[in-house]
Design a protein around this ligand. Structure first.
Ligand SMILES: [Zn+2]
Length: 309
């Protein structure tokens, strides 16, 4: 037991060291982001195992690349992340805290189930929550970082008839939705491969759960990403640029200070991500429990409601 423990710790430290060095060198994170990514990464590695960690790694690498993708073009168009796209502890915890909690949930429920104290399916539900949270934040990051290159003007999620400039809070585009689906499918494939090739690395207790993996990943990515846009549009701090008229979360735009126009002042993008990943996790738990009818039904009414205004 002690041997396994020390191995898992050692291997985790080595892998986290390598990934940390690369991501710092590539400018994915600043020092505070690096330390918090280490905390999240190591906890998920230790509690959720290799499969969960690979899902998190997909998020980390794809978000890093998407943020750096055509960064200069994004700077010119005022849609780039600040600090050369380096993520700080706020960003990392905003997207990583919920997945980390659910990964711990997998670990705890597995041990409780082994002692016969809880239903073994609980671990898969926790894993569903983990997947849902990571799928949401991956989808959101890829959709916003790549979606800004949409050729067609994006529309506002709270009023789909209204066209808005790229980078507007709550703006959605077909390209962005496509990226969200891509994130969901990728995460689904990663988990499915582990579930089939190395059963035991994914906390599956019945073979039907394997069938849930792909729809769970795709639905949480798609719904979570749009929920993120919705929460952003409704609650996030908004500033207007008096030069170009864009509504952003940035205090500077077009080289000038912007004017605060609405939303909760302290409700930043990291807070939006935290909220949406929490909702993505809840969706994942519900879907992991096999209750698809509820989610599909809710999605149906949502699309109906949002397309009728
Ligand atoms: Zn501007």
């Amino acid at each position: 037991m002690l041997q396994i423990l020390s191995n898992s710790v050692m291997s985790g430290l080595i892998i986290m060291g390598i990934i940390g060095a690369f991501s710092y060198k590539l400018g994915f994170v600043d020092i505070s982001g690096l330390i918090s990514a280490f905390v999240v990464g190591f906890t998920v590695w230790y509690t959720g195992g290799v499969a969960a960690f690979s899902v998190l790694l997909f998020f980390f690498i794809s978000s890093g690349i998407a943020t750096k993708f055509k960064y200069k073009a994004k700077l010119k168009r005022n849609v780039a992340q600040e600090a050369k796209g380096k993520r700080s502890w706020r960003n990392v915890f905003g997207s990583g805290l919920i997945p980390m909690l659910f990964s711990i949930g997998v670990y705890v429920t597995q041990r409780l189930a082994a002692a016969g104290l809880v239903n073994p399916s609980l671990s898969f539900w926790m894993f569903g929550g983990f997947m849902g949270a990571v799928a949401t934040t991956s989808a959101d990051t890829l959709a916003s970082e790549i979606g800004v290159f949409s050729k067609r003007k994006p529309r506002l999620i709270t009023n789909l008839r209204r066209k808005v400039p790229p980078g507007t809070i709550g703006a959605v585009s077909l390209l962005g939705e496509g990226m969200a689906l891509f994130a969901g499918v990728s995460i689904g494939i990663i988990v499915l491969l582990f579930a089939v090739l190395t059963p035991g690395w994914v906390p599956i207790t019945s073979s039907e759960q394997i069938l849930l993996i792909m729809p769970l990943a795709v639905l949480t990515a798609f719904i979570g990403c749009n929920l993120d846009s919705l929460i952003g549009a409704v609650a996030q701090n908004r500033y207007v640029c008096e030069i170009c008229g864009a509504i952003t979360d940035k205090e500077f735009h077009c080289g000038y200070e912007t004017k605060y126009v609405g939303g909760f002042k302290r409700f930043t993008n990291a807070c939006v991500n935290f909220s949406s990943s929490g909702m993505g996790a809840m969706l994942g738990v519900v879907l992991g429990a096999g209750m698809f009818v509820w989610i599909i039904g809710a999605l149906f009414f949502w699309v109906l409601a949002s397309s009728s205004n």
